[in-house]
Ligand binder design. Structure first.
Ligand code: NAD
Length: 492
């Protein structure tokens, strides 16, 4: 079993406490790598390295174009290593090899895009209302960014932070999830190979309290970019508030996937399946609430059940597998508790409803693709994020009813709408309280498209042109070109 150390100041290094923890392969249920268990001393070293790099000529002295080319070089190296990095992620988090490799193959686009943007950030000259005054703005990086990422899409979600943060000229200390750290440590080696100066990106692996909290509270950390669950997000925001630091939070949701009677039903069924069973439901945008208009409820739910029944469950490393394991034992148990709870609440279990135990599942943590019908909006299953392959199907009458149910939760990450009526599609997109609305599609993301949550699903956005500003601050410079000193006791 391979051992992975921290990566600080351009080098691998042992954790100060000398301890390591095991990373489990969810398919075998057994450890497959040993990872350094970082702590406050390691955070201190990493933040100091990032701070020194931020002030160094090697990084700050680079022109924006030179920073952009480094990002593009990194993009090319990621592309060359995509198959290997994707395979590592599958061992670490148990998600399908097909999905992880496709994600890593797509990641270079974030570095190309933000690499291209690095030298197109322009301030402006302001025609201020004061004579003989020349006033302009410029954008400056913030300093050391703390990037904290979850296990479900480890490199993709890190890329959403690293690419704009680096393009803007910041440096980073990255704390990956304790459940999926290995790809981050392989990734930073590519940064060194691309020619990034030491200290520009540092990785401290370990647990939320041991590494995440000292990182968020470190006085030299200027901003925190967090993706994860609600509890962690709240804690991070509270700690960051004490230091008056800006935070970006990408949190979870309970996204509605809404099928109208006028939809192309076969497409909608595929969209529903991709919303909840792709990634074994372990995606922040999981369309875990299926809302179907009464006239087509039986047809849609029946077809969803029929298609989900045929899903090939098994080894996520096989390219033909469609549903893999749940990432951790704790998560596996949590999903089963939600299933039991839904049965007790009176929802009808139409498919699945327990652990999957057939031969292809080995000793892994597998849950059967599960569909509940007759769910009411008041049930716990309709209100809380399960983060597993469990669908809650509900009926609605008309547009108003669909909007009322969809918007009734405090979350607002994403929503899907299936209809052939474009006026209805546009009306729904306006009325739904969600950061992303997908019409006749689901789970589409792009480096060009802003992504983030309404309400309790997050603060701020990632991806897209504007988002680089999340990693910059505005300076306004005033030059008095006159030679008269006005009354010094009065505001100019
Ligand atoms: P998590 O909140 O348990 O962990 C996320 C990261 O935060 C990990 O690195 C963890 O170690 C760290 N962390 C936990 N507690 C912390 C603390 N007190 N201080 C600092 N850091 C701390 O989330 P997870 O289980 O890894 O991921 C699943 C969750 O992430 C789900 O709720 C999912 O919806 C959400 N998610 C959101 C998005 C999005 O873009 N909106 C994407 C993927 C996942």
């Amino acid at each position: 079993m391979e051992t992975y150390d921290l990566f600080i100041d351009g080098q691998t290094c042992k954790p100060a406490g000398g301890e390591y923890f095991e990373s489990f392969d969810p398919y075998t249920g057994r450890p497959w790598a040993r990872v350094a268990k970082g702590g406050a001393l390691d955070v201190e070293r990493a933040v100091q390295a990032a701070h020194q790099a931020f002030k160094s000529n090697a990084w700050r002295g680079l022109t924006a174009s030179a920073r952009g080319s480094l990002l593009r070089k990194l993009a090319d190296l990621i592309a060359l290593n995509a198959e290997r990095l994707g395979a590592i992620e599958t061992h670490d988090n148990g998600k399908l090899l097909a999905e992880m490799q496709a994600q890593v193959r797509y990641i270079p686009q974030w570095f190309h895009y933000y690499g291209g943007l690095a030298d197109k950030i322009e301030g402006s000259v302001i025609p201020v209302d004061k004579a003989k005054m020349f006033t302009f703005t410029e954008y400056e990086p913030l300093g050391v960014i703390a990037a904290i990422t979850p296990w479900n899409s480890p490199l993709l979600l890190a890329a959403w932070k690293l690419a704009p943060a680096l393009a803007a000229g910041n440096t980073v200390v990255w704390k990956p999830s304790e459940h999926a750290s290995v790809s981050s440590l392989e990734f930073v080696k590519l940064m060194a190979e691309a020619g990034f100066p030491p200290g520009v990106v540092n990785v401290v692996t370990g647990f939320g309290q041991d590494v995440g909290e000292p990182l968020v509270t470190h006085p030299l950390v200027a901003k925190v970019a967090f993706t994860g669950g609600e509890a962690g997000g709240i804690r991070v925001a509270e700690l960051a508030a004490r230091g008056l630091k800006p935070v970006t939070l990408e949190l979870g949701g309970k996204s509605p996937n809404i099928v109208f009677a006028d939809a192309n039903i076969d497409n909608a069924v595929k969209g529903v399946i991709s919303g909840i069973f792709a990634a074994t439901g372990q995606t922040c945008v999981a369309g875990s609430r299926l809302l179907v208009q009464r006239q087509v409820y039986d047809e849609v739910v029946g077809k969803v059940v029929d298609m989900a029944r045929t899903a090939r469950i098994g080894n996520p490393g096989e390219l033909t597998t469609q549903v893999g394991p749940v990432t951790t034992r704790a998560q596996f148990e949590k999903v089963l508790r939600y299933i039991d709870g839904a049965k007790r609440e009176g929802a009808s279990c139409l498919l699945g409803g327990g652990p999957a135990t057939h031969a292809e599942c080995g000793d892994g943590w597998f849950v059967q693709p599960t569909v509940f019908g007759d769910v009411t909006p008041q049930m716990q299953l309709a209100q809380e994020e399960v983060f597993g392959p469990v669908l809650a199907a509900m009926v609605f009458e008309d547009e108003d009813d669909a909007v009322r149910i969809a918007n009734s939760l405090p979350y607002g990450l994403a929503a899907g709408v299936w209809t052939e009526n474009m006026a209805r599609a546009l009306t729904m997109s306006k009325r739904l309280e969600a950061g992303t609305v997908w019409i006749n599609t689901y789970r589409a993301v792009s480096y060009m498209a802003p992504f983030g949550g309404y309400k309790r699903s997050g603060i701020g956005r990632e991806s897209g042109m504007e988002m680089i500003k999340e990693y910059l601050q505005t300076k306004c410079v005033w030059i008095d070109m006159g030679n008269e000193v006005p009354n010094p006791f009065v505001l100019r």
